[in-house]
Design a protein around this ligand. Structure first.
Ligand SMILES: *Cc1c(COP(=O)(O)O)cnc(C)c1O
Length: 474
């Protein structure tokens, strides 16, 4: 039997103007552009007209106005949601590139907000009233913290590498180990960056082994640079031999060729005593004699996106004069956030406490466990459908292509509601407000409490309970 279509219901569809006079819509009109409100109402009326004509509408004629109103309000609210939204990170990946990498320290956040809608002395020396440099205050701090002679900060580490190669080796040869021709997510490949910079790549050694003698036999009159790339996102294990920065420096001084080290995820505080792998710090690389060292601002340093270059004054000065420096210039937000972040490092205890990346990486397991228990309790109190909530051990990752072999023991809260599949739970939580991103593993929704902030527990319990209790997208 065909569905009966009651076309008389169409007469009860409200007009756009009628809805515009409803107090809920008038309220929404205050914070939303008129066009969005009107378009949302129109689409909602159209949608209901279609469902009446298709015989899918099952309500009464009296209910039509409310149905359109509800649809319109939802549409307006949905359109008003910005695309870039807050996410609660339950993945346990501390530097998650897809989730914005490093979280800023409070001081860096305050500094950023401070310059956002106020004027600031970005390029003015307030004492003399003359033109100043946006780089100078950062350079002083970087010199103090790393022991380098000079420093420069650009947009990100990819542009730092490009600028350094283009300045020091354009049209000349750069020797690099085959085992270090890495690709760093988002199609940043050393050979391609090298080509872009105008430098000529001379790769030496084998994938697993490169000896100092391999570099030596590749040196020609055209060699402008010896490059060392920290293979930050993978490890070659077993029968391996990497030539160290020290060895390159020795060779470089013999032939009067500068040495550059791209550290990728450079860091200033040694994390080895917190169970993380021993890797060379920025200070150690500078002390080893590297002429130029590049690293990211938003990886292990825990600051804003930036590419930091430190090294010998002579080379840094050359880079400052390269027109490309202007093209990859940092903005006032980066200056503000980076200065505040670097200031935290003047006291490494403060840095470990105040810089979220460092705090998360070094957090004792019992504190993570406590957070898991708190969340479990808060969630139990709010759930009114049965769900299995289990606390179990797990492994977090550093992320951001850093320390790929690091295994950080952590605590997971796994969740298995009875009323919906884990995949449905995962997508509903991703669409939640705030969005929640976590792992689905072994048929369970697994939240790693290492990357969930203490201040997010109530919010997280709230949004999870809402999703599970209603079984709908919030
Ligand atoms: C991450 C990384 C880069 C790129 O740094 P961004 O700040 O992301 O541009 C370059 N080199 C190495 C070795 C890296 O690990």
């Amino acid at each position: 039997m065909a569905l009966s279509v009651d076309k008389s219901l169409l007469r009860d569809l409200p007009k756009v103007d009628e809805l515009l006079q409803h107090f809920r819509i008038i309220e929404l009109m205050r914070d939303n552009p008129r066009k969005i409100v009107v378009d949302s109402i129109r689409s909602s009326i159209d949608e209901l007209r279609c469902s009446i004509l298709d015989g899918e509408y099952t309500g009464t004629s009296e209910e039509i106005f409310d149905v359109v109103l509800r649809k319109s309000i939802n549409r307006i609210k949905w359109s008003a949601r910005p695309n870039l939204r807050r996410v609660i990170n339950g993945t346990g990946v501390v530097l998650h590139t897809n989730l914005g990498r490093a979280l800023l320290a409070e001081s860096a956040k305050t500094a950023t907000i401070g310059v956002a809608s106020n004027y600031c002395n970005l390029e003015m020396n307030l004492e003399s009233g003359k033109r100043g440099s946006r780089y100078e205050p950062l350079e002083e701090l970087l010199i103090q913290l790393t022991g380098a002679e000079a420093a420069l900060v650009v947009n990100n580490n990819a542009s730092a590498v490009l600028l350094a190669l283009g300045t020091l080796a354009k049209g000349k040869e750069v020797i690099v180990s085959r085992g270090q021709l890495v690709e760093i997510g988002g199609s940043f490949r050393i050979p391609e960056v090298m080509e872009q910079s105008g430098a000529i790549l001379v790769d030496v050694g084998a994938t697993n082994k490169t000896h100092p003698r391999d570099y030596r036999s590749a040196v020609t009159g055209e060699t402008a640079l010896l490059l060392h790339v920290h293979t930050s996102n993978y490890r070659i294990v077993g029968f391996t031999r990497e030539t160290t920065v020290e060895e390159l420096v020795e060779l470089g001084s013999e032939y009067k060729i500068p040495v550059m080290s791209d550290l990728g995820s450079g860091f200033l505080v040694d994390l080895a005593k917190y169970g993380l792998p021993k890797e060379p710090s920025v200070q150690e690389t500078v002390a080893a004699g590297a002429d130029v060292v590049t690293f990211s601002g938003d990886k292990l340093l825990g600051g804003p996106q930036a590419g930091i270059i430190v090294g010998k004054k002579h080379y840094i000065e050359k880079m400052k004069k390269n027109p490309l420096t202007r093209a990859v210039r940092i903005d006032k937000f980066t200056v503000a956030a980076l200065e505040a972040t670097l200031r935290e490092y003047l006291d490494s205890h403060r840095a470990l406490q105040n810089i979220p990346t460092l705090r998360m990486l070094t957090e004792p397991i019992d504190i993570i466990q406590r957070r898991a228990r708190t969340l479990q309790k808060k969630l139990r109190n709010r759930l009114n459908v049965p769900a299995e909530l289990q606390i179990m051990p797990g492994i977090s990752q550093v992320g951001g292509g850093s320390m790929p072999t690091a295994q950080l023991p952590t605590i997971i809260l796994s969740c298995l509601p009875e009323n919906m599949s884990v995949d449905k739970l995962a997508i509903n939580l991703r669409m939640g407000e705030p969005a929640v991103v976590a792992r689905v593993q072994e048929g369970k929704f697994q939240l790693d409490l290492r990357t969930v902030q203490q201040g997010e527990l109530d919010m997280l319990a709230e949004v999870m309970a809402k999703v599970i209790n209603t079984g709908e997208v919030t």
